[in-house]
Design a protein around this ligand. Structure first.
Ligand code: TTP
Ligand code: CA
Length: 362
């Protein structure tokens, strides 16, 4: 089956969070600044909302220049740890909409890929429904918007999400992928930086269509084998890189669907045991221990809910994990009346297991 990939990109992320926290900012130009040690006169713009962008303010611009462009704008200092908390919640929603935990890839604080091939059975109409559902879920739970791109690979999905911003959704079916890319300036092609853009421009290549038609051997002679071949493929809308959890991610998780939507304890706990087994064997294989555990339930109405616990020290013990996970699952059963659709277990804050026994083992 041909793949179906979603890319999600949060809109004006840091500034959107600030707007959410302070409703009086609504309609005003909002600029989030990373101040330098020279205080408010130094520093650069982290991001700005779309009102401020209309005044010509953009990321990386000196804050001083931004002030001169829009004296009425509200300037706020970056609150990175807070944005990271919001990011974690958003990623949780996104992850739960991918085919599996392994088919999810966070690429930055506010962007991720989801492989949804199985969930939509390769059907792009269904894929669009999933995309809409993700947008609604993020909006209703985190009160911020995102833009969604859907396509046959990561490259197309990524470029589709930036096609209609903010709060957009763009679906590019495989047959339209080349047509979608063709008229774009080469610098829009995901992965092309300033240096490559300048070199291509010297070669008379300005739009993707020209790049796709260019002789691959000539590209290789200028850019080397890997890059030359990549340029040709990317311009032709080809990208076979898989969506996969980054190995550097600080977590191990598994998620699975119940055979049927249900609140039956036996069914839920037997699947839960499988997931716990799986997570523990991955923990052992990677020789790590973990400091926190999260249980996720996706209900039959697609609403997602999570519970987490953090331990005082890192553990890798199956019984402790199992006990905590089951307590949280029992709470879910007590609190809810809706059938469960999918459940997941994840451990975070991984640390390398030293191989030494701790005091309790002696
Ligand atoms: P982006 O996704 O590039 O931008 P954005 O989310 O603010 O706006 P858009 O609607 O166009 O997607 O970056 C995500 C966050 O990363 C952004 O909110 C702030 C931060 N950031 C910086 O701190 N410095 C930068 O130069 C850029 C580009 C982003
Ligand atoms: Ca963004």
């Amino acid at each position: 089956m041909e793949r179906v990939i979603i890319h999600v990109d949060m809109d004006y992320f840091y500034a959107a969070i600030e707007e959410r926290e302070d409703p009086s900012l609504k309609g005003k130009a909002v600029v989030v600044c990373m101040y330098s040690n020279r205080g408010e006169s130094g520093g650069a713009v982290s991001t700005s909302n779309y009102v401020a962008r209309e005044a010509g303010i953009h990321s990386a611009m000196p804050c001083k220049l931004a002030r001169s462009k829009s004296p009425d704008a509200v300037f706020l200092p970056v609150r990175k740890p807070f944005y990271e908390d919001v990011s974690a919640k958003v990623m949780e929603i996104l992850r739960s909409n991918a085919d599996s935990e392994e088919r999810f890839e966070k690429i930055s604080i506010d962007e991720a890929f989801l492989d949804i091939t199985e969930s939509c059975k390769g059907d792009y109409e269904l894929a669009e429904e999933i995309g809409q559902r993700i947008k609604e879920e993020v909006k209703s739970r985190e009160r911020i918007t995102c833009s969604v791109g859907i396509g046959p690979n990561k490259l197309i999905a990524k470029m589709a999400s930036s096609f209609q911003k903010p709060d957009g959704i763009t679906v590019v079916i495989p047959e339209d992928a080349q047509g979608f890319l063709k008229p774009m300036p080469v610098k829009k092609l995901w992965g092309i930086g300033r240096v490559t853009e300048d070199k291509l421009s010297e070669m008379g290549i300005r739009i993707v269509e020209e790049l796709a038609a260019f002789d691959v051997m000539e590209l290789i002679s200028v850019f080397g084998k890997n890059k030359g071949m990549w340029l040709k493929q990317a311009a032709s809308g080809i990208d076979e890189t898989p969506v996969k959890e980054r190995t550097t991610t600080d977590q191990i998780g598994r998620m699975a669907s119940l055979k049927t939507d249900s609140r039956n304890g036996t069914m839920i706990f037997s699947l839960l045991d499988e997931l716990i087994d799986d997570v523990i064997s991955k923990v052992k294989a990677r020789k790590v221990s973990f400091r926190s555990v999260t249980v996720t339930v996706i209900f039959s109405n697609f609403k997602t809910s999570t519970k987490s616990r953090t331990f005082g020290h890192a553990i890798s013990d199956q019984d402790i994990l199992s006990g905590n996970v089951k307590e949280m699952m029992n709470q879910f059963l007590e609190e809810s009346t809706i059938d469960f659709r999918r459940i997941g277990v994840r451990v975070d804050s991984l640390q390398e297991a030293t191989g030494q026994k701790n005091l309790f083992d002696f």
